[in-house]
Write a protein that binds this ligand. Structure first.
Ligand SMILES: [Mg+2]
Length: 279
């Protein structure tokens, strides 16, 4: 399983890579086919389906809120629907809960549903479970890496240790990466069972990598902030330009990282391009 406990540092450099939406082309399909449609169905919003699905995808894929927790996204979408399309009963309670809850998960929404007796939390749980079910039914062939990922990881692995840093489920990540032959370029796999992405990068730094010898590759603002919290470098994979981003990684970003010229102007340009691509 390439666990943290079994990891031994072999190189002076470390490349951390996120999975969903960065290496694996799984994010669009999950939102377009599962998250949005399940919300329309649970709240019976079929009359406004087109515009609601467009807005869901905007929130979760194409703007600075890309990659946010599903319950935060749900509250945001339902608030907008309540304001501009049709009343959503209990939306104020849901919005208050997502702001104050310590944990946003099926378990915590279930406890909130039981404790409050409110329909909105029961529906949020039903929606979340329907989403999981619908994701598990996606055809296997839809879960594939972006073009250029195998080459990018291979190039990184020639000079750096490579870590998966993902907030997805361990088994799902290992299965997807193994199936596509990507695990050969990976030394350690850190997923949701270990902790947040920021925590995972912090654990890797304990192996003695210098902060400017660590590069996080990600596709969402949460990846950037996980890198910044640890003072390590960040390279973005741009949504809708993933293949080009991986090619640029091999041609420019990786050589600069290894030569010590990534930090500074070059990194700032990459982060600027990342931000404008999401606004
Ligand atoms: Mg991602």
């Amino acid at each position: 399983m390439k666990s943290l406990e079994a990891f031994a540092r072999k190189r002076d450099y470390l490349v951390c890579v996120d999975s969903d939406g960065c290496a694996m082309d799984t994010m669009d399909i999950k939102h377009i086919r599962c998250f949005g449609p399940c919300m329309v169905k649970e709240w019976k919003l079929e009359a406004w389906e087109g515009q609601i699905l467009d807005r869901w995808n905007e929130i979760n894929l194409y703007s600075m809120t890309r990659g946010i927790n599903r319950f935060l996204a749900l509250a945001m979408a339902l608030e907008e629907i309540n304001e501009s399309l049709t009343p959503v009963e209990g939306v104020e309670e849901l919005s208050a809960w997502v702001k104050e809850a310590d944990e946003l998960s099926n378990g915590s929404v279930q406890r909130k549903a039981e404790e409050s007796g409110l329909e909105i939390f029961r529906k949020a749980l039903a929606w979340s479970k329907a989403v999981n079910q619908s994701i598990s039914e996606l055809p296997e062939e839809t879960k594939k890496p972006f073009e250029g990922v195998a080459e990018g990881l291979k190039a990184a692995h020639e000079s750096a240790d490579v870590a998966i840093v993902s907030s997805a489920n361990l088994e799902a990540v290992v299965e997807e990466w193994q199936k596509h032959g990507l695990m050969d370029s990976v030394d350690v796999c850190l997923t949701q069972n270990v902790g947040s992405k920021a925590y995972c990068i912090g654990k890797m730094l304990e192996y003695g990598f210098a902060a400017d010898h660590v590069l996080m590759i990600g596709d969402a603002p949460g990846d950037l902030s996980a890198a910044q919290k640890n003072g390590v470098l960040y390279y973005p994979i741009l949504v809708k330009h993933e293949k080009e981003s991986w090619e640029t990684f091999v041609k420019e970003a990786l050589p600069r990282f290894l030569q010590g010229t990534y930090k500074g102007d070059y990194q700032e340009q990459q982060i600027q391009a990342f931000r404008s691509n999401l606004s």
